[in-house]
Design a protein around this ligand. Structure first.
Ligand SMILES: CC/C=C\C/C=C\CCCC/C=C/C(=O)SCCNC(=O)CCNC(=O)[C@H](O)C(C)(C)COP(=O)(O)OP(=O)(O)OC[C@H]1O[C@@H](n2cnc3c(N)ncnc32)[C@H](O)[C@@H]1OP(=O)(O)O
Length: 289
């Protein structure tokens, strides 16, 4: 029931329960953009991103992430959750530019509501969450990892992490900014967010946007070791502490969710912003060529 209600909230176009379930089931049948492996004995699940080519957070991917998160939260045997990319090289390329370019306002609103839902759920997740960053991690990818309790990054200078929105000519919303400030502090955020900085591992560690950098072949074992340390703390004490620390930031978005959606739709629909996104997409294509 809870799953269906979540799906209905995320898929407002669907008019009935049957339509909701049919749509979610169809999405699942089409592909699994998220793979969950659970070690019941250890009480740890690993959620792997599998949305080729670059794990962009498309509407379908975001919806699958939310549904899988809710399932894990309801599974009382799972106390810890690790996020990683199934294919090293790109952790996540961030929000799907094609969900923000050339679509209609209803689509932008549906997409933004789903992205908000994902952030709200991740930021308040009662499980211990660890991001195993085994590839590039810009913008929305960085946001996902910053919602985690701990970030381990592979020591590969080709991988970078940060909120690079300004480099695309777009503005990170206030709750992206709040998450960054909570992670690296105010002054570092002023520099990082305005310049849209993407940090390679050593710099990422120095600024505090990641907590640990380890050789690439040790990134998963390091994440498991961190998880074991965090799981040694009694759940109820850790969960209440996490909720206390994060509640003001969460409340800030909850208070103005609808206004934030409207602001996103009006901002992203502007001709100048659409033009900028078009040029950025072209630049990505040319870089490839
Ligand atoms: C006042 C304010 C009020 C409200 C705010 C309103 C709006 C703003 C909020 C928006 C917040 C946005 C957050 C985001 O996350 S935006 C996305 C930012 N992401 C990036 O900048 C990353 C771009 N990608 C890359 O740098 C590289 O692709 C990457 C990840 C390093 C991997 O490199 P590589 O392996 O070489 O792969 P390619 O570059 O060749 O890419 C392959 C293929 O994927 C396409 N692609 C890449 N990234 C995305 C993406 N994020 N979304 C969609 N598609 C993507 C790329 O174009 C290539 O496509 P092709 O068709 O050429 O195969």
């Amino acid at each position: 029931m809870a799953l269906a209600s979540r799906a209905r909230a995320l898929l407002p176009g669907a008019r009935s329960w049957g339509a909701v379930l049919a749509r979610v089931t169809a999405q699942r049948a089409m592909s699994h953009r998220v793979v969950v492996e659970t070690d019941a004995a250890a009480g740890v699940a690993v959620m792997k991103f599998r949305n080729p080519p670059v794990n962009s957070l498309s509407l379908e991917m975001v919806t699958e992430l939310v549904i899988n998160l809710e399932k894990l939260e309801n599974d009382k045997t799972v106390r810890g959750l690790i996020f990683t990319s199934e294919s090293p090289g790109v952790f996540s390329s961030g929000l799907n530019l094609l969900d923000m370019y050339g679509r209609n306002p209803a689509h932008y609103a549906e997409y933004w509501k789903a992205v908000q839902e994902l952030w709200l759920r991740l930021y308040q997740c009662p499980m211990v969450t660890v991001a195993t960053i085994n590839g590039a991690c810009p913008a929305g990818g960085c946001l996902i990892s910053m919602t985690c309790d701990y970030r381990v990054m592979a020591d590969n200078p080709k991988y970078t992490i940060g909120l690079n929105e300004t480099q695309l000519g777009i503005v990170a919303p206030f709750w992206f900014k709040d998450t960054l400030v909570n992670t690296i502090g105010y002054r570092a955020s002023e520099i990082s967010l305005q310049l849209g900085l993407l940090y390679p591992p050593a710099e990422a560690l120095r600024v505090g946007i990641v907590d640990k950098v380890v050789p690439e072949d040790q990134v998963h074992s390091a994440a498991l070791a961190v998880m074991a340390q965090w799981l040694a703390i009694p759940d109820h004490a850790r969960q209440l502490t996490k909720a206390m620390l994060r509640k003001p930031t969460v409340d800030n978005l909850v208070r103005q969710r609808d206004a934030d959606i409207q602001q996103f739709v009006s901002f992203i629909s502007r001709d100048s912003i659409q033009k900028g996104l078009q040029m950025y997409l072209q630049m990505l294509k040319q870089k490839k060529a």
